[in-house]
Write a protein that binds this ligand. Sequence first.
Ligand code: GLU
Length: 459
Amino acid sequence: MTVTRFAPSPTGSLHAGNIRTALVNWLFARQQQGEFILRIDDTDQARSSDANAFGIDADLTWLGLDYDARYSQSRRFALYDAALARLAAAGRAYRAYETPEQLDLKRRVQAGQGLPPVYDRAALALTEADHAGFAARGVSPHWRFRLDTAAPVAWHDLVRGAAHVDPASLSDPVVRRADGTWLYMLPSVVDDIDMGVTTVVRGEDHVTNSGVQLQMFAALGAAPPALAHLPLLAGTDAALSKRTGSEGVAAWRDAGIEPAAVRAFLARLGTGQPIEPADDAALIAGFDFAAFGRATVRFDPAELAALNAKTVHGLTFAAVADRLPAGMTAAAWEAVRGNLSTVAEAAEWWQVVTGPLAATADAADVAFLADARDRLAVLSWTLGVWTEWTAALKAATGRKGRALFMPLRRALTARDHGPEMAALLPLIGRDAALARLDAARLAAADRALYIDAVPPEVR
Ligand code: GLU
């Protein structure tokens, strides 16, 4: 069975880049009818917080990304201890004592000799007596994983194709600090083994880590997972890191972005597939690692907003009813949704339907509005009333196009643009429509009096 995991460090809130990583893990797990795990990578307890971890849960809930299991690394230290002991027994982990200053000095010497800043493994030469000496002085070791530098580590990346990392160019990574705290690298492998993770999907900033971690899987006697490294999103991962606060769920929620629009957008951003409203079934069925390009992708909030508007236009009344103003009907939602950028904007149009409105009209339309009112008053009130009414007015007055429709739209909605009047008029209702036409005619007459009374240069 396919098992994926999303493994954020709770050092801030999620941003578009790691939300996409979560989404891709979820899509693949759902497509394969596998499991999607949330793993909170909180080994760095100084920078992690429960508030951030709960925020990640809340964000995933809002995004509609349900997970099948949830773990926190801070409760799993015993497993990491055991794994380190095994690596040490097998000669793949060793104790070292260099201070940051000593390591820095080594690197400067190497730079002076034109050598890469790779740890020289001096600690491998320490004897048990040396270790005892450090212990007697109260100096604790940090632990390094001993890389096998004989050959490059190669794998078939589900996104990048043939991939490899040369361990000879890397320092043996520190896996545990002298104070006993864990760094990311080994706990992640231990958990991926323990949780049966079959596919690791993450950003391409982890490619080098993957080379190291594949050796850790082997050293712990485990089969490696499949690996997929997604290109980073520009404007999020790099320019706007999660610590400086970039676009994420809070900003999207405030802007009226629908979770379904976020899913449809991030599922296909950077793939050859069209970015258009799509339900989860379509996103899951169409998911394909091979569709992702290799290039960094720009995340443009304006494109997300555009997809959001298209998504809103397709939402059913049932899907939004609990977010609409009290009394707003299915017919009203269907009349206005095509004009909305966000669901919240429906309230403005419902206000236009229910009133009150400030009447606006042109001086030249006094007679037309009077005529329009009288003709509407005698029509039977059907769903086709707008068509019937405007056809009669056109025949009687010779007006057409804008001259015919704009005074009516203004009188009935106090706006120049908006949803189809044929749908709005039945919602406004007969009595309110007649009252608005009366008010508009009076406003037009006032305007005419004013124009007569006040010379153009002082108007
Ligand atoms: N905690 C790591 C991060 O947030 C997880 C990387 C991984 O998926 O293994 O980058």
